[in-house]
Design a protein around this ligand. Structure first.
Ligand code: AMP
Ligand code: GLY
Length: 423
């Protein structure tokens, strides 16, 4: 089968790495891919949101399966585009349709879904420009810290957690009144602050049944000790040590099952990954957010722990045959550490030559923001590489990642030296 992976990050590089190991994968294409994905398939220079160009390529190369990495094309209706096209509708797309993608694309849609299906989450109310005054008064009734969320996609920047009422009211005004996040903040969800430790669960569903993938915890802040600005993710570990069997049972019974059942009850077709951002408060799990895709860099630790042939797994999803599907897992721990460009997540330079990749041993190197230029691998984004390793526990795995990172360098390279510090 010929397969197309859509996206260009570390997540897509990991998909490409894993899919290329299957003897059922004949030709693999990545649109647009990065320097690393060229080791596993052919990069195609198409923007993931250019559906017409994707269609030409899919027909031209006789693609039999499309795997969508990022949320953008899903929220923009890529899967729907396939379903209404006579030439494309028979080709399976891993990733939900536009309506279901609202679980990530709209915080309010997600909250209403959770309330409707009794899925534990923080209490909330949502406000628009017209109800700004009520929003300001609602904040006065709440206790700090205050959690304000832009309803729409805001490139991971739309959530504000504020310590005092003044600040919170000012920000609400900025978001609703002055459109701080553009259209994304034309609606704002204000919710109760949950105090706990975060982790994520990953589910793959065919719309009827589901499999649970290895769980993971990521480190989103740029600075050590979880300080500083939010990033896409600076590292991840899997499995999460504090997620014991009792806790994971609660996650499945209270959250995963009601989520998949809820989609069915609401008549929302869903084929693809559900990434559930969780917070453990006391001994109980609550949903912080849904994403309609895999996480990045979580994919870089989740997929290496899946031994099952990924083409077989996706074929089962496409054929709605997940019922009884057994995943084979690697019981070892996996960690990944992300190497980023100096200055990220603010301004940074690109085009820096990356040295030492050939010297890495017993770690996997997944490329994110990299590009081939005149035969050299150079940086082309904020997050550049993810260095994944295995170990008996996450500490052992981390040692291996850090040992290999010592062999890699590019000008102004930065990374967190404390992944897993809180465990
Ligand atoms: P989200 O984009 O919804 O995942 O929010 C981004 C981050 O804000 C989360 O990863 C949490 O660290 C934090 N956060 C979001 N909602 C809450 C909440 N209700 N209570 C505490 N922290 C939250
Ligand atoms: N690492 C968080 C995300 O992919 O959204």
């Amino acid at each position: 089968m010929n397969i197309l992976v859509i996206g260009s990050g570390g997540r897509e590089c990991t998909f490409a790495w894993k899919l290329s190991q299957s003897d059922k994968c004949e030709n693999l294409y990545i649109a647009p891919g990065n320097a690393g994905t060229t080791a596993y398939g052919e990069n195609i220079d198409i923007n993931p949101n250019d559906f017409d160009q994707l269609k030409s390529h899919v027909l031209d190369k006789k693609i039999g399966l499309v795997v969508v990495g990022p949320e953008d094309p899903l929220v923009n209706g890529l899967h729907d585009y396939f379903l209404v096209d006579e030439d494309l509708r028979h080709i399976p797309v891993i990733g939900p349709q536009k309506h279901a993608a609202q679980l990530e694309g709209s915080k309010e849609f997600a909250k209403e879904f959770m309330y409707r299906h009794n899925i534990p989450t923080a209490q909330y109310k949502s406000f628009t420009r017209e109800t700004l005054q009520e929003g300001l008064e609602f904040l006065e009734e709440m206790k700090p810290p205050y959690v304000l969320k832009a309803d729409g996609l805001a490139a991971g920047k739309g959530v504000l957690i504020l310590e005092n009422l003044d600040q919170a009211q000012k920000e609400l005004q900025e978001m609703l009144g002055n459109r701080k996040f553009g259209d994304a903040s034309s609606k704002v969800v204000i919710e109760e602050f949950l105090d706990g430790i975060e982790m994520s669960s990953f589910v793959l569903t065919d719309g009827k049944d589901y499999v649970i993938l290895p769980n993971a915890k990521d480190y989103k802040r740029i600075g050590e000790g979880d300080k500083g600005l939010n990033t896409g993710g600076m590292g991840a570990i899997s499995p999460v040590p504090f997620a014991d069997e009792t806790f994971l049972n609660k996650v499945e019974q209270r959250i995963i099952r009601p989520t998949v059942e809820g989609l069915k009850k609401d008549g929302i077709a869903y084929v693809g990954f559900i990434f559930i951002g969780l917070i453990k408060v006391g001994d109980d799990p609550y949903v912080i957010e849904y994403n309609v895709r895999m996480g990045d860099p979580e994919t870089e630790v989740v997929l290496p722990r899946v031994k099952t042939d990924l083409v077989d797994l996706f074929a089962a999803v496409a054929d709605q045959k997940l019922d009884g599907f057994e995943l084979e897992l690697d019981e070892r721990s996996a960690t990944t550490v992300v190497l980023v460009s100096g200055g990220y997540p603010e301004g940074y330079e690109k085009g820096k030559e990356i040295h030492g990749l050939g010297e890495v041993s017993d770690s996997l190197v997944f490329h994110a923001g990299t590009q081939l230029k005149d035969g050299k691998t150079v940086t082309s984004g904020g997050r550049v590489l993810a260095i994944t390793s295995f170990g008996g526990d996450f500490k052992e795995a981390l040692k291996s990642s850090y040992r290999n990172i010592d062999k890699i360098c590019f000008d102004k390279m930065n990374f967190r030296k404390d992944i897993g510090f809180d465990l």
